[in-house]
Design a protein. Structure first.
Lengths: 299, 361
């Protein structure tokens, strides 16, 4: 029983992290059709700024958390301004490859300017403790991850539904031209979307640093690949789909971890992807994606 | 792009005289591979051994990039998983053709009797290609059904699946360690022959009715569907052909290097070859060739700086990551300022014939 609960919490925590990152990807994709491969490097910038701040003598974990989120949001806005604006109206493949290029550049810059080796960051280790609830021992990090992700998603939903800018973002994902006709600046909508996406990545970065206690150049890359897969199973561009896909991915991974014998543990990633690809055979448009026939006008 | 298609499509030769069209793209392919032949022959005759080794690596990249072009250039879907097929080809021949004495050292517990099997290089290569073809057909079945973005992500997932199998199925693939002892049977002459064959093949596919239909469906899915073009089938076809060419590159790599390891066929190769294709221009086979030539030279230059050089008596430190930054910058700048790459939308022979026609007038 204890074991089952532990694994359930594991799955929920993993799922929450994937959902956060996948939501960040989906927010940007739904508005400007950009497949942001550089999302992992936004996480990277956030983590490395905490590393640098800690190296320069910052000691407060709260400041570190705020710094991580702010750095990620700023990095996202900067990436958009520098790299993605020139390809804003280009076909999806162009944007995708640009983002892939940005990702390579930033990853290698970490290598070039800081170090190719992992660097230790201990400032957020305090978040990772064992909490005891009666007979149960749970990792504080996982509980926090779950709660914070839940709250963040709630805040995102409120923002998108209640504020004017949120409304503009949702409208822009349907029909950008009309949004601009209503007198809303395209740059503003897109910058906001990137800031949201970056902030979500920053929150994910906090948890990653707290869990690993170190930063490395490819820190966000594999996580973002998983988040992409989450987006694809959920239905690319759908926010609810991204969150659900992230959760599903968390459950599949932990399920495999439990089910696979120790010596086959290395095949976990491979099998996760095989399961997901098999799901796509039955629903090529994703679980929550709608089947759009060519020529359909979205209403 | 549209003009290029118009030109090919408007040529009545495509229907009325299939043989003339075939000859034209055959000659076109040969013209495109001329620069490769010239470079290869120069290196073969004049360059020291070290450069020959570099050139062999560049030729492998060339075949990979041409393979990538077959899928990406025609279907306009980014493929980020092609090095999985390069790896499968390389490991295929490694498992089949390595001498038994070597196998006792490296993979003594290989399943399915591979530990006691040794085939000659040619039949190993054929069997490895068949294996690549099967994996490509199965994965292509899924990928061809998906829309552009999802297909790209699944191609990445394929790369991770294959890489993770290489790493973890240690009995067969030797895991993270280098797989050595593969017979070194391929030199520069064979590499050149295969490069030319592959370039011509890619060109023939591009100019064939399937290639034309696939390019049309990439430009306007609706219009091409209305004309009765089965885009899924064509995407599958180009995916498999592209995978076979990449597999061939892997086989050749294994046969010239003699030693392979999984990390060779992972993201680094994707970055390199993708940057080459984008820089050259993915719409044409000429673009693939141009990109490989330009970036191979450029990267070698950057690598020499990366490892720390002495300029005017000052020893520069090691700059690990510099070549990665350069590759990424090449991709980003190309996409922003010249998405069609260096060569644009015309093949070399088309450019030459336009040039001569203009001068004749």
């Amino acid at each position: 029983m204890d074991y089952a609960l532990q694994q359930l919490l594991n799955a929920l925590a993993f799922g929450a992290e994937y959902s956060l990152v996948a939501l960040g990807l989906a927010v940007v994709f739904s508005i400007m059709g950009l497949v942001n491969f550089a999302h992992g490097e936004i996480i990277g910038v956030s983590a490395y700024s905490v590393f640098l701040a800690a190296a320069l003598g910052m000691t407060s974990p709260i400041v570190a958390v705020l710094l991580a989120v702010a750095a990620a949001a700023l990095a996202a806005i900067a990436f958009e301004r520098v790299a993605f604006r020139p390809v804003r109206y280009a076909p999806t493949t162009t944007g995708l490859l640009t983002a892939f290029g940005v990702s390579i550049v930033v990853q290698n810059l970490f290598m070039l300017l800081i170090s190719p080796k992992p660097q230790s960051v201990s400032i957020l280790n305090g978040l990772n403790q064992m909490w005891f609830f009666g007979p149960f021992a749970v990792s504080s990090l996982q509980v926090m991850e779950l709660i914070v992700s839940g709250l963040t998603i709630l805040a995102l939903v409120l923002f998108l539904n209640r504020s004017t800018l949120g409304l503009a973002i949702r409208a822009a994902s349907r029909d950008f031209a009309t949004v601009r006709l209503m007198g809303i600046k395209a740059n503003r909508v897109i910058a906001t979307a990137f800031a949201i996406s970056g902030a979500l990545a920053g929150i994910a970065a906090v948890f990653i640093i707290a869990r690993r206690g170190s930063v490395s150049p490819d820190l966000g890359f594999s996580l973002v690949l998983k988040a992409f897969v989450a987006c694809v199973i959920g239905g690319f561009g759908s926010l609810a789909g991204a969150a659900a896909g992230g959760m599903l991915l968390g459950f599949i991974e932990v399920g495999l971890l439990v089910a696979l014998p120790q010596e086959y543990g290395g095949f976990k990633d491979a099998l996760t992807y095989v399961i997901i690809v098999a799901l796509l055979v039955y629903r090529p448009e994703g679980l929550l994606g709608q089947r759009v026939e060519l020529g359909d006008k979205e209403i | 792009m549209s003009q290029a298609i118009e030109e090919t499509a408007s040529a009545p030769a495509a229907v009325a005289q299939p043989r003339a069209a075939l000859t034209r793209s055959l000659i076109g392919g040969l013209v495109t591979s001329l620069p490769v032949l010239v470079v290869g022959l120069l290196i073969l005759n004049f360059a020291p051994t070290y450069y020959t080794y570099l050139a062999l690596g560049a030729f492998v990249n060339l075949i990979v990039v041409v393979g990538l072009q077959v899928f990406m250039g025609n279907s306009n879907i980014a493929n980020l998983g092609h090095s999985a097929f390069v790896g499968l080809g390389a490991y295929g021949v490694a498992i089949l053709s390595t001498p038994l004495a070597m196998k006792k050292l490296s993979i003594p517990h290989a399943p399915f009797g591979f530990a006691t099997l040794q085939l000659d290089p040619v039949s190993s290569a054929l069997i490895a290609l068949i294996a690549v073809g099967i994996v490509a057909a199965v994965s292509g079945k899924v990928i061809s059904r998906l829309s552009g973005v999802a297909a790209t992500i699944v191609s990445l997932a394929l790369l991770i699946i294959v890489h993770s199998v290489f790493l973890n199925w240690t009995d067969l693939f030797k895991g993270n360690q280098a797989f050595f002892g593969i017979p070194k049977v391929v030199g520069l002459p064979w590499m050149m022959v295969f490069s030319v064959v592959v370039i011509v093949l890619a060109r023939l596919f591009k100019d064939s009715r399937w290639g034309l239909q696939l390019r049309a469906s990439a430009q306007s899915p609706q219009a091409s569907a209305a004309l009765g073009i089965d885009a899924k089938k064509l995407r599958l076809m180009s995916w498999v052909l592209s995978a076979l060419i990449c597999g061939l590159a892997g086989i050749l790599y294994a046969y010239f290097a003699g030693t392979i390891s999984p990390k060779l066929f992972y993201f680094q190769m994707i970055f390199n070859t993708l940057a080459m294709l984008i820089l050259g221009g993915m719409a044409t086979v000429t673009g693939a060739v141009t990109g490989v030539i330009v970036l191979s030279v450029g990267l070698e230059f950057i690598r020499s700086i990366e490892s720390g050089v002495t300029i005017a008596g000052i020893q520069l430190p090691q700059l690990l990551g510099l070549s990665g930054v350069a590759l990424g910058v090449v991709i980003v700048l190309c996409m922003a300022f010249r998405p069609s790459g260096i060569s644009g939308r015309y093949e070399l022979d088309e450019l030459l014939s336009r040039f001569f026609r203009r001068n004749a007038k």
